[in-house]
Every structure is written in structure tokens, then in C-alpha cells.
Design a protein around this ligand. Sequence first.
Ligand SMILES: Nc1ncnc2c1ncn2[C@@H]1O[C@H](COP(=O)(O)OP(=O)(O)OP(=O)(O)O)[C@@H](O)[C@H]1O
Ligand SMILES: [Mg+2]
Length: 332
Amino acid sequence: MTLAIQARGLVKHFGEVKALNGIDLDVEQGKVVGLLGPNGSGKTTTVRILSTLLRPDSGTATIGGHDVASQPDAVRQLIGLTGQYAAVDQYLTGRENLELFGRLFHLSKKEAANRAEELLNRFDLSDAADRGIKGYSGGMRRRLDLAASLIGNPSVLFLDEPTTGLDPRSRQGMWEVIENLVSEGTTVLLTTQYLEEADQLASRIVVLDHGSVIAEGTSDSLKNQVGGDRVEIAVVNSADADRVAAALQSIASGPITTDQISLKILVPVTGGSTAIVSAVRALDEASISIADIALRRPTLDDVFLSLTGHVTEQPIESSTVSTGRRGRRGRN
Ligand SMILES: Nc1ncnc2c1ncn2[C@@H]1O[C@H](COP(=O)(O)OP(=O)(O)OP(=O)(O)O)[C@@H](O)[C@H]1O
Ligand SMILES: [Mg+2]
């Protein structure tokens, strides 16, 4: 079967910066692949090459069997792209924007109007259709962007950070829209910095860092690479941490680690919930009082941390934003 997307050895420099360092990618038709990586890891550069907007320095890529460098027109017939930054015109209404995109796709005036109407309904934008999009919320704009990229009925869709900057509810709405498209057979390559988003939408995840693929697999297989379940115990004072570790030595399936700052003890275990019962019993027998105990499955955050040695950035609405780099991401 012809792959929907195939890339081999993509390399791209911008002056001194090596944005892509030899990327390989295979995406089967009808699947969603999540390209996950921190700022500057090469996500947008990959998408721009695959969508014919940028030429690689070396390497090849095909979409539906058509080469992006030598057959860009054939590729453009097949694809839709929702870029990281809005492509729609601020001064037009939602409907006018979609009609304009339709005309760019060589639809007749009537066809463009019909297609616009259909997409406005589909994306729940009918009520706002004739308002200037200056007054749209971030979520509405993102939906309009996505609608615009669907004008030509693409079979392969590139979504570059489709939910960055959206609140949790709008993000959920966007996920539903994407899931519907996929259930209709569209192939989607989605970039994201949100592990949760990749987890929810993607059947396979490709992790990028510094322009290279550092891991790939299903969400579960990536989590399994990090290790299995852990019992996590919080104590009130640091002296108790060592006592807890000693008391739980017998149920641990690997080395116990203690985070001295958060006063959390992490005990790798097998057996899931029975392990937590054994842990409580052992702590009780040793008369150690604890602040909290929980069973924890590894998250994609743990995966990212163990692969790259650094955590991903927090979503914008999070109260624990850790760096100032997100400032430029606010959409308006
Ligand atoms: N047009 C350009 N000119 C110069 N450098 C560029 C250009 N485009 C990208 N880069 C650099 O290439 C690297 C990869 O950028 P890219 O935009 O692909 O990353 P990204 O993963 O999409 O990041 P983000 O999460 O911030 O969108 C970065 O170091 C970036 O600064
Ligand atoms: Mg980007």
C-alpha cells in the first residue's frame, strides 16, 4: 500500500542552525501521527517541507506517492494545511474568508458559497458567519482555520499545533473535530507540544528533539519504555523518607528513589493495585505515618523527561508556567 506520507533523511539548515538532522517518517493512510517536540525541535520545518512550502537541503518526501520536490502540484491536490499561525484574513467575515479560499481552489462562485456554508455549519460557526473575524475567540479562529484547510477535501491534513493557546474546552472541541475527520478516513499529521493531545489523538507518536527523531511508537509503548507502575508516597519530614524506603524495600521491583525537595518516595512495583495494599500494610506495621500514597502509571511527561532530560513546557493555562518563552504564543 502506498504510504500517505513518507520521508527519508530530511535535512534542513537555516544559516548556522541545523533545523532538521535527518528525519524519517512513515504515515499510513487514515492514521493520525503526532509529531511531538519542544520549541525549536523542527516540527514546523518538517510540516513545511512535507506541504511543499520549503525545500529540504537533502532527503526526500512523498505524499500519496508523489514527490514533494518534483511533483508539488500533485501533492497540493491531496493536502490541507492548518499552519501554526492563522492564515485567515482579519478584516473579512468568516464566510468571506472561506469563499475566498474556495475561489483560490478554483471553485465557481456558487460552489465556493456552498462549500463555505457547509463548512460553517460543520464547525459550528454559522451564527458568527457574517461577523468580521476580528471579534472571533481564539477557538473560533482555529476552527475557521481548519475549515479553510478543508476547502479542497484533502486526504492528507497537516495540523501545526492546532490547539496551542486554546482553553481546555475549546481544545476538547477541536479534538472532537479532528477525531471526526479521521473517522472519515483523513490522514492527519499533527504537531503538538501537549503530550496529552498526542496521547488522545495519535495512533503513533514521533518524538522530535533538536531536529532528530529520538523515539517513536504508540503512547503505551513509549510509556512502557520508561518502566511500569510506581507507588508514590509523600511524607511530611525528610527523616521519614528513609524509613519509608526501608519499609518498602521488599515490595519494590526496582531501585527506590526519593525526591528530597517534594519529599516523595517513588517505589517501582508490579501488580498494580495489590501493590498499594501491600505498601499500606508494610507502612502500618512499621508505624510510619505518611501524607499521601498513590499508584502512578507513567505519563508521556515521564517519557519525555527520560528521553530528553528536560520536561516539556506547560500548557498556557497552567498555573505552573515555568519559562517566559511562551509569551509569543498567545494568539490574537
Ligand atoms: N525561516 C527560518 N529562518 C531561520 N531559522 C529558522 C527558520 N525557521 C526555523 N528556524 C529555526 O529552525 C529550528 C526549528 O524550528 P521549527 O520552527 O521547525 O521548530 P518547531 O518545533 O516548530 O518549534 P515551535 O514549537 O516553537 O513552533 C529552530 O531553531 C528555528 O529557530
Ligand atoms: Mg512550530
